[in-house]
Ligand binder design. Structure first.
Ligand code: AMP
Length: 300
């Protein structure tokens, strides 16, 4: 089965202790699409300006990503984001955000995409995310991402959205902010009571946690010593998770555990180079090799 992603396509400028990249290909939908493309066919709804390279679009198409839903705004400029990582590679400062065409993004889901069974609402305003739900036909499984900005300025819209999705992905800081609870376990359980079937908590280099009404489950991060650029780790985790679920068409909690492991190894590949470079050149066989190694790593 295929998966639909709605989110940003961007030019990123990234500084890490390992170096700097200017105007690299980024965006939440881009990272998600590359990650999920290792498992299944991906459909994308986004917006770019006329400055976005045709070659970058072609590279996504080569990975089986259908870009029919990507609007190219004539004379417009693509979203630009710039960030810097401190020496620990976990703390990130946003240096600049130029929304450009993404600022007035009103997602239009093409008719042929409306019955896609798996849907990922990448980071965006909850009102915009809800407008996507209004256009699609009862997907089997919908997961949304969010960020502290929306928890702060569109809290009511986010709470409404939580009642309409199957899953929400949050990092530890966002979970604490949304729930008002410092304890992460209490925070996860509180968010679960806000509506979704599952809450996925990302804890950066410390791994991820799944909360459901029936099962709690945790995984460490894949142990890579080679972290070059953590940008897109969250979106590539989501891409591996949703891509695997869509490829199997199975949304039982047992399968979600396997999907978390696939999300974890996909994110580990992504952080080993700048931009989407590592995800782009990696083969499915490398994903499977890491998966097998990771299962050994977490099994008693
Ligand atoms: P992550 O590291 O998983 O948080 O994702 C980073 C990606 O998100 C970068 O490639 C950015 O271009 C993109 N991004 C940053 N800020 C936003 C935003 N406000 N809305 C949508 N995408 C964003």
């Amino acid at each position: 089965m295929s998966v639909l992603v709605v989110g940003s396509i961007a030019f990123d400028t990234i500084e890490t202790p390992n170096g700097r990249r200017d105007g690299a290909i980024g965006g939440s939908a881009t990272y998600f699409a590359y990650a999920a493309s290792h498992f299944t066919r991906v459909r994308c709804v986004s917006v770019v300006g006329e400055d976005f390279p045709v070659a970058a679009m072609d590279a996504l198409r080569e990975r089986g990503v259908d870009l029919e839903g990507v609007e190219v705004v004539r004379g417009g400029k693509t979203f630009r984001w710039s960030g810097r990582y401190l020496a620990d590679m976990n703390t990130r400062e946003t240096l600049d955000t130029q929304l450009n065409t993404f600022g007035s993004f009103k997602p239009k889901v093409p008719t042929g995409f409306r019955s896609t069974p798996f849907l990922f609402l990448a980071n965006g305003g909850p009102d915009t995310q809800a407008s996507v739900l209004d256009q699609v036909e009862k997907p089997a499984f919908v997961v949304a991402d969010t960020m502290n900005l929306w928890i702060d300025i569109q809290r009511k819209e986010l709470l409404d959205l939580l009642r309409r999705v199957d899953g929400i992905i949050l990092n530890d800081e966002e979970a604490r902010m949304l729930s008002g609870d410092r304890n992460l376990i209490a925070a996860g359980e509180k968010v679960l009571r806000m509506g979704p079937r599952v809450v996925l908590l990302k804890k950066g280099e410390h791994g991820c946690f799944l909360f459901s009404h029936f099962v709690k489950f945790a995984l460490p991060a894949y142990p890579t010593p080679n972290v070059v650029d953590p940008t897109g780790a969250g979106d590539s985790f989501a891409g591996g998770f949703m891509g695997y679920l869509a490829s199997t068409g199975n949304v039982t909690l047992g399968n979600m555990k396997r999907a978390m492991a696939y999300g974890t190894v996909t994110a580990s590949i992504n952080v080993e180079d700048f931009s989407v470079d590592a995800l782009q050149r990696c083969e499915r066989s490398e994903v499977e090799r890491r998966y097998a190694e990771f299962i050994q790593f977490v099994t008693l």
